[in-house]
Design a binder for this molecule. Sequence first.
Ligand SMILES: [Zn+2]
Length: 130
Amino acid sequence: MLKTILNVIFICLLLVGGINIIGSVLVLMDVPFFTRWDDWTKHTDEKSLEMIRDGFVFILLGAIYLKYIAPKFSKNQPKPPQYTKCPKCKEVFNYKELINGKCKNCKEVDTINIEEYFKKYPTELQDKNE
Ligand SMILES: [Zn+2]
């Protein structure tokens, strides 16, 4: 819920930033730009430049949020296993390279998420460490 609200706020920020820049550039070029809440043709050049600067700041903030902060919210969702191990041939695979998690060598054998695997066969982990 919080994530949705934040997303909307920052997407609005990106849009407002874009409108600021486009509108101000048009006004600087003597092309009238009107919005519902303000008549931008009355802006001085100085004000237009300020709005362009603000526009870039808004876009930068929005971009930082979407790139670095928004992905953190989805961090708690369960991730698909990355590495899996075949209980038969003991081969470790990257899960993405397998079809339905089946072992490439043994065909019909299901591989097991590496963390699950060592919970199931803790002795193998000990063998490895020794
Ligand atoms: Zn196998």
